[in-house]
Design a protein around this ligand. Structure first.
Ligand SMILES: Nc1ncnc2c1ncn2[C@@H]1O[C@H](COP(=O)(O)OP(=O)(O)OP(=O)(O)O)[C@@H](O)[C@H]1O
Length: 592
């Protein structure tokens, strides 16, 4: 199969709205956390006033014990509140991210086959991993702080206004200039973060591609080439990361300069006003303490806003996966006619047309496939796998219809349909870490499944018996510890155990030796006595025992008949049988 892989399309919703959407269900908690954060900040806000009280008491030669105790008490309460709110914020962030991650996994697994196959796997992984990690920092660090800290700044400003209005206006002016300057850095930061995340995704996709084809990479001596290509993505991610770090550093420095310059200006202006008698010394000290106090919420606001803009870049990428369309649900699906294992199920294609993104692949295909073995033959690219995919409803036909027992597949619930089918895909990947788990994967009633019988049917029983751990032998997620032929046979065993009415085999014997293939074909033939077995293959040895052979060429049904009939009557088939497989669509065009 071939497939070009365009990037995952962008979603229409703005990232801020999406981020807000993630907090559904915990908004009350967030409000509580905001209150906690504000209480912690309020405790800090009281301190300058308490300090002024201490100074006033000193000036008036009165006892400072009361105000001093209050100062210490407020500081202690403030510290406890800060610790509590930091922990609860982190926990809430983790909670939100868990929900987003689970949602993403569900989305990808329930999306349409075509949509997922067009996206690069590494890209999905990076969105699930590093993008959601950024989001976690974002939620914990910014949502609440970004709301609480500006409020604290406003409260500090209000208190400043009560102390001295001219100096209050001075502080407001300086903060306004700072905010405008910071906006530039935010944009810069957001772009750089988005770029860095996309590069990390590119790096993961590249590595994943190279690891899947690891032996080919080794055999082709292209380790250095792959190293360079993947390394380039890592370099680009580094450069984007540095740009983001620069923007973040500038932001923080701008914020700190603003506070420091404001402090100096307030000190100079305030000292002049104290000298002229317009301002009392305790007022100036309280005012200066407020300016120093501002450093913290301003820094927090800046860091939170920086995390927010970085997080929003991640949200954008997360949303692109979260909005993947799921496989459409058949709302008008009626009750199933028979359950899996319930007997004969014929599949009919009636004038079926289908293509991938506008390029026709199947053209007016009409064929019936009932109980027995149907072999789909034809040159490479003639549409054999596509026929199996359409039966599984990985995609729907464009024109015509496919029926199962007379009912249009589009009228059947997908899950119900797939329950009645068993499919062995070309690469026969194994899911499950042991032989037992791999063979029972997706089997409806694993406790009562005849595992031994299925392994015998595919001639794996002797091999398994010789293994020290038998059925519990670990074969690895991708079955790398076993040979290609054994993997195929295990995949067929799994399909047999599903007890489905229709068995779909895509090149399921391509890696088997003649003896193993014979054994497997006998099992298939046995299955075909009561079931519909449809096998796409280049190995026309399979076709010799078939009840019918459907020869495809250029997406059309060229001939239907028994193997011997086609050998006698079709030159293309004869050629395919003699060379053991087609070499391309050309064969279909050249031979009349
Ligand atoms: N996901 C896809 N996106 C775009 N084109 C595709 C996709 N899958 C298959 N095709 C194209 O459709 C045509 C038929 O492919 P298909 O895999 O059905 O052929 P096949 O007969 O099974 O080939 P083979 O024997 O080589 O496995 C090919 O030209 C292929 O490039």
């Amino acid at each position: 199969m071939s497939a070009d892989r365009p990037a995952i399309s962008t979603s229409g919703r703005g990232p801020v709205r999406s981020l807000w959407g993630y907090t559904r269900g915990i908004r009350v908690v967030l409000v509580g956390l905001l209150a906690l954060d504000l209480a912690a900040n309020a405790a800090a806000l009281i301190q300058p006033l308490a300090a002024r009280w201490v100074l006033d008491q000193l000036e008036a030669h009165r006892s400072v014990l009361g105000p001093a105790l209050m100062l210490a008490g407020v500081a202690a309460v403030g510290l406890v509140l800060v610790g509590l709110s930091t922990f609860l914020l982190e926990r809430t962030g983790q909670h939100v991210v868990r929900g987003v991650r689970r949602g993403l996994v569900g989305r990808v697994l329930h999306a349409e086959v075509g949509v997922v196959e067009r996206g690069a796997v590494g890209d999905f992984l990076s969105r699930l991993g590093s993008d959601t990690t950024l989001l976690e920092e974002d939620i914990a660090g910014s949502l609440v702080h970004a709301a609480a800290s500006p409020l604290t700044v406003v409260a500090a400003l209000v208190l400043m206004a009560t102390v001295d209005q001219p100096m209050f206006l001075l502080v407001v002016g300086m903060l306004t200039v700072t905010t405008v300057a910071e906006r530039w850095s935010f944009r810069w930061l957001s772009r750089a973060t988005e770029d860095a995340q996309a590069r990390v995704a590119g790096m993961l996709s590249g590595l994943q591609r190279a690891l899947i084809a690891f032996r080919t990479v080794k055999a082709s001596g292209t380790e250095d080439l792959e190293d360079r290509l993947i390394g380039q993505e890592a370099d680009s991610a580094y450069r984007a990361g540095v740009r983001a770090a620069r923007a973040r550093a500038i932001l923080e420095v701008v914020a700190m300069i603003a506070v420091d310059v404001t402090f100096l200006v307030v000190l100079a202006v305030g000292a002049a006003r104290v000298a002229s008698g317009d301002l009392g010394l305790p007022d100036l000290v309280a005012f200066l303490l407020y300016v120093i106090f501002l450093r913290d919420p301003i820094e927090t606001t800046t860091v939170a806003a920086a995390a927010l803009s970085a997080g929003l870049a991640a949200v954008k990428r997360i949303e692109e996966v979260r909005t993947l369309p799921p496989e459409p649900v058949t709302t008008h699906a009626g009750p199933p006619r028979a359950s899996a294992g319930g007997g004969p199920a014929d599949v009919r294609f009636e004038g079926v047309w289908f293509g991938y993104r506008g390029v026709p692949v199947l053209r007016d295909v009409t064929v019936g496939m009932g109980v027995g073995l149907t072999v789909l033959a034809g040159p490479s690219g003639s549409g054999k796998t596509t026929i199996l995919s359409l039966i599984e409803r990985f995609a729907d036909v464009e024109r015509g219809r496919i029926t199962l027992e007379g009912r249009d597949l589009r009228d059947l619930d997908r899950a119900e349909l797939r329950h009645r089918l068993a499919y062995v895909q070309q690469e026969a990947p194994l899911l499950g870490d042991t032989i037992r788990a791999a063979a029972l994967y997706g089997v409806p009633d694993p406790e009562h499944a005849d595992l031994g019988g299925a392994l015998r049917a595919v001639a794996l029983d002797d091999w398994v018996a010789r293994l020290p751990d038998g059925l519990d032998t670990v074969v690895g997620e991708r079955g790398v510890a076993i040979s290609g032929g054994q993997r195929q046979r295990l995949a067929v065993a799994r399909a047999l155990l599903r007890g489905a009415d229709v068995l779909l085999l895509d090149e399921a014997t391509s890696q088997l030796d003649a003896v193993s293939e014979r054994t497997l074909l006998d099992s298939v033939a046995h299955q075909a006595r009561t079931r519909t077995v449809i096998a796409a293959t280049h190995r026309l040895s399979v076709a010799a025992t078939a009840d019918q052979v459907v020869l495809l060429a250029n997406g059309r049904v060229r001939s239907i008949g028994l193997h011997d009939e086609l050998i006698r009557g079709d030159r293309l088939y004869r050629e395919l049988a003699s060379v053991g497989g087609g070499t391309g669509q050309e064969a279909g065009r050249d031979i009349p």
